[in-house]
Design a protein around this ligand. Sequence first.
Ligand SMILES: Cc1ncc(COP(=O)(O)O)c(C=O)c1O
Length: 395
Amino acid sequence: MEMTMNANVAWAASAPVCLSAPRRVEEFISVSSFDRPTLVLDIDAVETQYHALKAGLGEAAIHYAVKANPTREIVERLVASGSHFDAASRGEIELCLGLGARPEHISFGNTVKKVSDIAFAHAAGITLFAADAEEELEKIAEHAPGAEVYIRILIEESQADWPLSRKFGCGGDEAIRLMGVARDLGLAPVGISFHVGSQTRDPAMWCTPLDAVSRIWQRARAAGFALDLLNIGGGFPAFYGEDIPAPTTYATEVMRHVHARFGAVGRIMAEPGRGLVAEAGAIACEVLLTSKKREDDLVRWVYLDIGKFSGLAETMDEAIRYQFVTPHDGEATSACILAGPSCDSADVLYEKRPVQLPVGLRAGDKVIIRNCGAYTSSYSSVGFNGFPPLEVMCI
Ligand SMILES: Cc1ncc(COP(=O)(O)O)c(C=O)c1O
């Protein structure tokens, strides 16, 4: 999943770039001790990021993608900040409602829903649902009659580090057909959604998907569908070591690309997950073992007490490359294969591209994993191999 830089790098010339993470969580971890791997979250940092993104997104409503991190304190603070929410299940809807979100501010954005969840959402007052298939529309029509639906478009040319292509969305012809199906079923086909892919580092990477989606939007309107809702999804990046624009700059650029193609749209919504919460968190963990398989091996193995099943699932295919802070930083480094603690050979984090870590790193050393606030605690297993799920604490 190599990134190709597009020609349009307007932001790069003048914009501030996020070169480092907020340090408050890291300072807290440095002076604290932990019995087990712990995600420390700075809730003020989430609020600051919300306002920074909102400043660039302008009239677009932010629907926080709760799946990125459903920690109660995050949702509570975002409710207080005026955020809306993108929920994937009944559980996330209940969480948001229970913490004060209004039902009209929650969209049910999963295109694959249980009918009992649809019925629950409808009874709770939620009126906006995603779909990308006829059967899904039938379920919504039966269990949330009269609801507003937006059709998710398949994005095949994602340049994201964590693309979401293939599984979600449908092609343009099918989208327009589904709008007709929705109308016939008594639903209100109000718009279109898409997702450029998670961790889309450069706003210029939105241009190709936006071109494709705007063509479908125009065709749908020409076919008589009075669309007024454009859902631009997530994709807003976090800093994992490679330069990205600051959040307001990034969001401003995205909206510039949106307006250039869509002009005035009635309602625009964005669903940042990673870009809103990742940089607000860091994980405290520990080295369990360093070893070599043979004395003359050039590459060492470093085993942490956190792995793929306990929070670092996004190391799958080595797609998301986290940054590590150790007590030996500044000393000589060597190439290391990084692995988790479970008795499962799939629990290897980085091997194809080993990580440079200090030669002096030893069992018992505390390691901080930077910018881990998204897709870590929400991905950690309940107790694979008897390891508890990732502990979360807020400062
Ligand atoms: C429907 C939907 N919206 C938003 C998001 C959030 O994406 P990101 O974390 O890249 O902002 C996701 C992530 O899977 C999603 O499925």
